[in-house]
Structure formats: structure tokens, C-alpha cells
Design a protein around this ligand. Structure first.
Ligand SMILES: Cc1cc2nc3c(=O)[nH]c(=O)nc-3n(C[C@H](O)[C@H](O)[C@H](O)COP(=O)(O)OP(=O)(O)OC[C@H]3O[C@@H](n4cnc5c(N)ncnc54)[C@H](O)[C@@H]3O)c2cc1C
Length: 553
């Protein structure tokens, strides 16, 4: 007789599949793809009314070292260099980032990419995007790939229920050049190409989409439409069903009706992180959090796994970064290239610089925590040249700009002293900070934080600014300052898993039948973000590895 956390269970299932996948984001689709490709009957249960999760809202970039596209393009990379780089940038701060799991990630890249391509997913490389620490041993430029922009009409009415459906045929590798569309010829060309791509789609009756929504479109088409995997919306998991310590199924609330679903090979928990769980954010992170991802991700499945005996790790960490603070009724805007352009700097609530503004977002987040536990506020300050020359993703909507000004989240002034007053910081401190920064900008060397030293910093810089493409003196009025908070792209703590995504107890033993991947699991990347797309890539690779493991049973 099966045991269950559901008292009413009488041992009979309403439906039985080989694999039950919980969550329809990157980890979920990759698991379902691998399972269906292996001939296993599979269902995806999505708790919310929208599918795609944070993955569909994202940039859709995947950091996949030594991937088949690089091999085809004859770009030098190898298993050894990839592992060397991961070890150098990540180390082994957690069991989830063990050398064995890092190697399993690298070894799983080809199967994920080849299987997706076999079922019609088309990828393109982001050839100019560097690893985030390209100067470390094994570091490279061009390991990122993404789904090629495509016509979203291919998925029919599924488009209407995708969480991140945006008809914009952009690529992640466009972003660095778009940031300087008005200041450099290459940036202008990239902007023009994007406009032509979009206009071409309109003329030919297509609804082209790119980045995360292209990722979701392509994988839904492959998994649901071509391989026939059912995707149930509005179907949160409520309980795991266990027999003698092994997970054999799950209780699903399918559109209000309790359905007991058997899982012959396993249940994959791919329900994202806990970024939208305010209580957990306060408990593990000391702040309520300003997430940019899926509001539905609350970590409920991490609790289910713990109930089944699973260990958790990295709960105190997240895919951090700086975000422009949300105005009332709005959302925080995650900033990447915007804090890297010249004629700008960031300060803490006292008006002091605290980090290399151009560094990776996860590093910036950790530095914000070091300053004041992430309480903030922090400010992104820029002069008038920045405003004229560079594209700010967060400033495109005039209503948002107005709301931010009204809430005091964007301030503008003719002098630095006046700006300091509006930011509520000591004018003398701010003046001193800017004077020191301007000295570095003129010399081209950031003596405090090394901004512009790395190829990663310079990727988001302006090559027409000399001697350092990330540094420009902040000296031309009017000055602008935007309030910045410790934001995130999701959390990275969760269920501890092995090389094949199997959930582990704290003694290292395997919970048979239970798997986790993506932000539902503790990350193989430890406390680091080694390269562009370091969350979706491991979500996909470990989802695929878990599916292959279930197929081997
Ligand atoms: C603006 C933005 C840009 C980003 N850009 C990138 C990028 O370019 N590259 C990159 O690697 N990362 C990026 N990220 C981060 C990345 O999107 C996430 O880390 C990643 O998508 C997480 O994938 P996942 O499969 O774990 O979770 P998700 O994609 O969030 O999927 C989880 C799914 O599970 C569902 N779910 C939750 N609870 C339950 C439940 N109880 N029962 C059933 N279903 C449930 C959710 O509704 C959701 O659909 C970005 C994030 C944002 C917000």
C-alpha cells in the first residue's frame, strides 16, 4: 500500500505517466523533451494559468561551453577548458557545485543541444558575448547560444497563454550594441537590423519573437505540438505520493479538481525558485526582494521535496543584480549595460562608490549585500552626455518615467549639491566621490574598483570613449540619478541534486523517483554567474540528464 501525504489516497491513480514534470519553464521543457525523446510518456503540470515561467520572460541566453555550434564554427573550446574555467570562477562552495556536477554539466551540453535541434529548435551563437571572467584560466568569448528569432504564429493559440509573450525579434547579442545605438555606427547598424527584422515580419504576416519568448515558443512547439506531451495549465502540485521512501506520483489540483497522477519513472520538480515568497526572502535574504521574474514562483515545491526528505543548499543566494526601483504599481527594472556605460557611476545611500559598476550582476548584488545587507537605496548617477548618447531600457515608457519622478525615484538637478539634496545624501560626500571618480575617468584607470579592466566590462562599454570605454567623467549638467535596489532574476537555492538531477538527502543518499532542476534545485554555479545564460543552461542540461537517467531505469 502506497504511503501518501494525502490521507485520502487509496492506492489508485487517476492517470499514470512515466514522467510527471512540475513546471513549464526551461527546466521543465528540457526534461519533457528528453523524456519524450527517450520514448517515455510524459505530462507537464503548470501551476499558473500561464506557461513558460521566468524562462519566457528572460533574455533566453544559455551559457553552454564547448557546445556543438562552437564546434561547427570551429571556435576553439574543450571539455578541459570549460571545466578549468568553471573551477576557477565558481570553485566548490557547495555540494551542488561539486567537481562531479560541474563536469556533468559540461558533458551534458551536447545532448541537450543536439536533441533540441533534432526536434526542430534552431539556435544561434552570441559570438561576441564574453564569459563574465574571461581573463581566468579557460575563459573565452562566445560560449553563449540562444534560440533564433522565429514566427510565434507556429504555436497557434498557445501564444495567448505564454507568460512572457513579447513580439520583438531581438537577440541577447543585440543588447550590447543597442545600448549605444545612438553613439556608434555598429550600434546604429544593430538597431537598424532589429527594426528591419521586425518590419520584415510584419510585411510577411509573421509575428516574430526573440529572446526568452522565442525559447518558450520553440520548446513548446517541439515538446507539446510535435512530441505530443500534454501541458496542463492551472494545475499546481499539492503533494508528492510516496511508497516506502520512493516517490511514485503526485497530487495535482487540475483546474480545481484533485487528480492523483502516477509517475512510473519519476517526478521532476522544475517549478522555479522562491523569488516571490516574501516570507522566505526575509528569512533567507534579509530583504523582501525585488524580483524581475515570475510572480508565481514561491518555492512550494522546495517544501514538498523537504517533506520527502531532500536536503537544500544555497538558500541564502540568488541571481542578484541592481534594479531600478519599482514605482508604485510598477515592476523593478533589472539593469545590465546601463550601469556600464561611461559618464555614469553608482553610489550607496551615503553617496560613496562601492563596486565596479560594470561587473557581473551577481557580483554587484553581493557587493550591495556587503555594503548594508542589501537595504539600500543605491543610486545610478549620470550626466547629460549619457542621457543623450545611451539607450536606457527602463526609460522607454513615458508613463513609467513620470511615475518614477513623482515617487522621487528619479531626480534631476543642475548641480551635484542639488542632486545630493534630492537623493538625501551629504553633498560634500557626493561631490568628493564624483571628483575622485572623474580623476579616474580622465586617467582611464579606476584606481578603486578596476572598472573597464575586464573584456566583460568593455563588452557593455562605448569604444568611442577614450582612454577607457567604461569611464567618462560625470561633469555636464543636468545630472540625473535613479534609485536602485538589490534586484534579482530568480533565486538559486533549492533541492540538492546529483549529477543526474536526482534529489538527495543530507546524508547523500538518493530519494528514488524524485528529481529537481533549474531554480527549484541548488545551482551547479555555486555563488557565481560564470557566463551569459548561467541559469537557463544548467536548468536545461540537468533537466535533460534527469530524463535520460529516468529512461535508463
Ligand atoms: C528579465 C529576465 C531576464 C533573464 N535573462 C536570462 C538569460 O538571458 N539567461 C539566463 O540563463 N537566465 C536569465 N534569467 C533568469 C532565468 O529566466 C531563470 O533563472 C530561469 O528561467 C529559471 O528557469 P526554471 O525552469 O527554473 O523556472 P521558470 O522558468 O520560472 O519555470 C517554473 C515554472 O513552474 C511553475 N510553478 C511554480 N510553482 C508551481 C507549482 N507549485 N506547481 C506547478 N507549477 C509551478 C511556474 O509558474 C513556472 O511556469 C532572466 C530572468 C529575468 C526575469
Amino acid at each position: 500500500m502506497a504511503q501518501s501525504f494525502d490521507e485520502e489516497f487509496d492506492g489508485k491513480f487517476d492517470e499514470v505517466f512515466d514522467v510527471v514534470v512540475v513546471g513549464s519553464g526551461g527546466a521543465g521543457f528540457a526534461t519533457a523533451l528528453g523524456a519524450a525523446d527517450s520514448g517515455l510518456s510524459t505530462v507537464i503540470v503548470e501551476g499558473s494559468e500561464k506557461w513558460g515561467g521566468s524562462t519566457s520572460m528572460s533574455g533566453g541566453g544559455m551559457w553552454l561551453p564547448n557546445n556543438p555550434l562552437m564546434q561547427r564554427d570551429k571556435v576553439g573550446d574543450s571539455r578541459e577548458e570549460a571545466i578549468e574555467y568553471m573551477m576557477a570562477s565558481i570553485g566548490t562552495p557547495s555540494k551542488s557545485a561539486s567537481p562531479q556536477r560541474q563536469a556533468a554539466f559540461v558533458d551534458g551540453v551536447a545532448d541537450f543541444v543536439n536533441t533540441a535541434e533534432k526536434h526542430g529548435v534552431e539556435f544561434v551563437r552570441a559570438p561576441n558575448y564574453p564569459d563574465y571572467y574571461p581573463e581566468l584560466p579557460g575563459g573565452k568569448i562566445g560560449r553563449g547560444i540562444e534560440v533564433k528569432p522565429l514566427d510565434s504564429k507556429r504555436i497557434g493559440s498557445w501564444w495567448d497563454t505564454m507568460l512572457g509573450a513579447v513580439p520583438l525579434p531581438a537577440k541577447t547579442d543585440d543588447v550590447w550594441l543597442l545600448g549605444r545605438a545612438w553613439s556608434t555606427p555598429s550600434g546604429f547598424m544593430r538597431g537598424a537590423q532589429l527594426v528591419f527584422r521586425g518590419a520584415g515580419g510584419v510585411v510577411t504576416g509573421k509575428r516574430l519573437t526573440g529572446i526568452g519568448s522565442a525559447w518558450a515558443t520553440a520548446f513548446l512547439e517541439a515538446v507539446v505540438l510535435k512530441l505530443g506531451v500534454p501541458l496542463w495549465l492551472d494545475s499546481p502540485i499539492e503533494e508528492l505520493i510516496m511508497d516506502d521512501g520512493r516517490v511514485i506520483g503526485a497530487v495535482i489540483n487540475r483546474a480545481g479538481k484533485k487528480v492523483r497522477v502516477g509517475a512510473r519513472r519519476g517526478v521532476m520538480l522544475a517549478a522555479g525558485g522562491f523569488e516571490s515568497n516574501v516570507e522566505w526572502r526575509k528569512k533567507y535574504h534579509g530583504i523582501e526582494g525585488s524580483p524581475s521574474g515570475n510572480e508565481y514562483n514561491t518555492g512550494a515545491t522546495i517544501t514538498l521535496a523537504q517533506k520527502a526528505g531532500a536536503a537544500v543548499e544555497l538558500m541564502d543566494d540568488a541571481w542578484w543584480g541592481g534594479s531600478i526601483e519599482a514605482f508604485p504599481g510598477g515592476s523593478p527594472s533589472f539593469i545590465v549595460g546601463e550601469r556600464s556605460m561611461p559618464y555614469s557611476l553608482m553610489v550607496d545611500s551615503e553617496g560613496k562608490r562601492f563596486a565596479n559598476e560594470s561587473e557581473s550582476y551577481v557580483d554587484l548584488g553581493h557587493h550591495m549585500q556587503q555594503v548594508d545587507g542589501g537595504m539600500g537605496p543605491y543610486w545610478l548617477i549620470m550626466d547629460s552626455r549619457y542621457v543623450v548618447r545611451y539607450f536606457r531600457t527602463f526609460a522607454m515608457d513615458p508613463r513609467a518615467n513620470k511615475a518614477r519622478k513623482e515617487a522621487g525615484l528619479e531626480v534631476k538637478a543642475k548641480t551635484l549639491d542639488e542632486l545630493a539634496g534630492k537623493m538625501n545624501v551629504n553633498p560634500a560626500v557626493l561631490r568628493g566621490t564624483v571628483e575622485r571618480f572623474n580623476g579616474f575617468a580622465r586617467a582611464g584607470v579606476d584606481g578603486d574598483f578596476g572598472r573597464g579592466n575586464s573584456a566583460y566590462d568593455r563588452y557593455y562599454g562605448d569604444p568611442t570613449v577614450h582612454p577607457n570605454p567604461n569611464l567618462g567623467a560625470v561633469e555636464r549638467a543636468p545630472y540625473h540619478a535613479y534609485r536602485v535596489v538589490l534586484g534579482d532574476l530568480g533565486t538559486k537555492g533549492g533541492v540538492l541534486t546529483d549529477e543526474d538531477g536526482r534529489a538527495l538527502r543530507s546524508d547523500g543518499s538518493v530519494i528514488e523517483g524524485l528529481y529537481a532542476a533549474g531554480n527549484n534545485s541548488a545551482s551547479v554555479m555555486g555563488n557565481t554567474y560564470p557566463g551569459p545564460g548561467s541559469t537557463i543552461a544548467p536548468a536545461a542540461v540537468f533537466g535533460m540528464r534527469a530524463a535520460r537517467e529516468m529512461a535508463r531505469k
